[in-house]
Write a protein that binds this ligand. Structure first.
Ligand SMILES: NC(=O)c1ccc[n+]([C@@H]2O[C@H](COP(=O)([O-])OP(=O)(O)OC[C@H]3O[C@@H](n4cnc5c(N)ncnc54)[C@H](OP(=O)(O)O)[C@@H]3O)[C@@H](O)[C@H]2O)c1
Length: 188
C-alpha cells in the first residue's frame, strides 16, 4: 500500500483554508492536483468532500472519512464511506490523502502504519483572498512532522507563485512507480 499526502498551503502560516474554502485560486495548482490524482483513489474528510462541486471529482474514486455511519455519498458506485481510519493501516492500494486539516493530521500523527510514504508539498507564496470570512485552518503540526521525518527528493518546481516539492518518509519503503508517476505529473 502507498499513501500520498497532497496539499497546497500558504507560505509562512501553513493555512490551507478559511472556513470551508481554499483562499486562493490558482488554475495550474488544480491542474497539477488533477494530473496526479486522476484515475486514482482520494481520501477526503467529510468537510472537504462536501466542498467538491456536486460532492464529486471526475475520474476519481473517493473514500470519505466521517464518523457518521449513515452518511450518504453522491455517487455510491465510485465513492465509499470509511468510519474507522484504521482501515488504512492494512488496505491494499494507492491512496491520495486530499485533506482537510483533520485528515492530514490524523494520518501524519497517527503512527507509522498511517503515515504517508510520500508527501507532495505545494506552497502558495501570494496573498490570501481578503473577502473570505471564517476560521483559518492550518496544518502546522503536519509541516513539523514533514520537516522532521521526511526528506525532499525532488527539486523545487515553481509555477504561478506556487513552489511544489516531493518528500519521502525516512526509512520507509517507497513504491518507485508511484514516485515516478507523481514527478512526471508535476513536470507535465
Ligand atoms: N489547500 C488544500 O490543499 C486543501 C485541501 C483540502 C481541504 N482544504 C481545506 O481544509 C479545510 C477543511 O479541513 P477540516 O479539518 O475542517 O475538515 P476535513 O478534514 O475536510 O473534514 C473533517 C471531517 O472529517 C471526518 N473525520 C476526520 N477525521 C476522521 C477520522 N479519524 N475518522 C472518521 N472521520 C473523520 C469528520 O466528519 P464527520 O463530522 O462527518 O464525522 C470531520 O468532521 C477547508 O478550509 C478546506 O478548504 C484545503
Amino acid at each position: 500500500m502507498t499513501k500520498v499526502a497532497i496539499w497546497c498551503r500558504h507560505q509562512g502560516d501553513n493555512i490551507i483554508g478559511i472556513g470551508p474554502q481554499i483562499p486562493w485560486r490558482i488554475s495550474s495548482d488544480f491542474k497539477r492536483f488533477r494530473r496526479i490524482t486522476e484515475n486514482r483513489t482520494l481520501v477526503a474528510g467529510q468537510t472537504t468532500y462536501e466542498s467538491f462541486p456536486g460532492r464529486t471529482l471526475p475520474n476519481r474514486r473517493i473514500m470519505v472519512l466521517t464518523f457518521d455511519t449513515a452518511y450518504e455519498v453522491s455517487d455510491p458506485q465510485n465513492h465509499q464511506v470509511v468510519t474507522d481510519i484504521r482501515y488504512f493501516k492494512e488496505a491494499e492500494g494507492e491512496f491520495y490523502l486530499s485533506g482537510g486539516a483533520s485528515v492530514y493530521k490524523a494520518f501524519l500523527t497517527g503512527g507509522s502504519k498511517l503515515m504517508p510514504e510520500i508527501i507532495v508539498d505545494s506552497m502558495y507564496c501570494g496573498s490570501l483572498n481578503p473577502e473570505l470570512k471564517g476560521q483559518p485552518v492550518d496544518i502546522t503540526p503536519c509541516i513539523d512532522v514533514m520537516n522532521k521525518e521526511y526528506r525532499q527528493v525532488s527539486k523545487d518546481y515553481e509555477l504561478d507563485n506556487v513552489v511544489t516539492t516531493v518528500h519521502i518518509r525516512k526509512g520507509a519503503f517507497v513504491d518507485q512507480a508511484v514516485l515516478k508517476h507523481i514527478i512526471e505529473s508535476i513536470e507535465k
